[in-house]
Design a protein around this ligand. Structure first.
Ligand code: RIB
Length: 279
């Protein structure tokens, strides 16, 4: 049978194709799509709400069978508004929403806690967090887990110790002055791209990592092992995340009435060279 009844396509929207985290995610999406005879149409929206809406609408016009939307800048509600009326199954990564409530969840509370435990164990108390000013749901949970663990250990994070920057290398780089103004001994960047940009900025200011400031990232992208010093981070099983998200979506496409499916994935500390004991 050469002609399929449906085109067996899924639309995949990620915020930033330049971030290896999303390349790995897409690798997982492609693997499972291939196994199940679907083809993904992949778009990077540059963290731009207008581009996101544009691609969503175009994908609907082209009658994709389902959609995976990762770390969207537009809210879950706005996505629901665009998609619900079309009855197309979709799955959101990093945000709440979606008619079926299928979810691939990474344990962000645990990730935040592991990040805090690591810095506390090294003796750090003057800690800065670098994160976007409009964080997705998972990031809120990640940072809340981090702060809670600090508070449990009687370390308070001042409001000024949270620095807002886009989650990109440039964002991290441009946050350098604001970070240094807080005189921290350690920084928790909510993703690796931010951490790597910041490390470049610190280097240019003559600040040594980790001798002067420890830097901790999040994601575990391939670049972490190729920078000097190698970046300590929280590992996310992102290829598995792409595979699982695709599997759940295709199950949903095949049976819209089945109960909500939930997959929980763990995280772990990946200790490298960018964090060190307080001197
Ligand atoms: O680097 C991309 C980040 O955005 C990851 O930490 C992921 O969890 C998403 O929220």
């Amino acid at each position: 049978n050469l002609i399929m009844k449906s085109a067996q396509t899924i639309g995949v929207l990620v915020p930033n194709l330049g971030n290896p985290f999303f390349s790995m995610f897409i690798r997982g999406v492609q693997e499972t799509s291939r196994e199940r005879h679907f083809i993904p149409l992949i778009f990077g929206a540059n963290h731009d709400e207008k581009l996101e809406s544009y691609y969503l609408e175009e994908l609907i016009k082209r009658a994709v069978d389902g959609l995976i939307i990762a770390s969207a800048s537009i809210t879950g509600e706005a996505i629901d508004n665009i998609l619900k009326k079309n009855g197309i199954p979709y799955l959101l990564i990093d945000q709440n929403g979606g008619p079926s409530l299928d979810r691939v969840q990474i344990n962000d509370a645990q990730g935040g806690k592991l990040a805090a435990d690591h810095l506390l164990a090294l003796g750090h108390q003057r800690i800065v967090v670098v994160m976007p000013d409009q964080p997705t749901q998972n990031l809120k949970i990640r940072v809340a887990g981090f702060k809670r663990r600090l508070a449990d250990n009687h370390v308070d994070l001042a409001e000024t110790a949270v620095i807002h920057s886009p989650m990109t290398k440039l964002g991290g780089y441009q946050a350098t002055a604001a970070v240094l103004a807080q005189h921290p001994t350690a920084v928790f960047a909510v993703n690796d791209e931010t951490a790597l940009g910041l490390m470049r900025g610190l280097h240019e200011q003559g600040v040594r990592v980790p001798a002067d400031i420890s830097v901790l990232g999040y994601d575990d992208i391939d670049l972490d092992e190729y920078v000097v010093p190698k970046l300590t981070t929280i590992h996310q099983p992102v290829v598995t995340m792409g595979q699982q998200a695709t599997g759940l979506l295709i199950n949903r496409i095949k049976d819209q009435r089945q109960a909500a499916q939930l997959v929980d994935l763990p995280v772990n500390l990946q200790e490298r060279e960018s964090t060190a004991p307080l001197k």
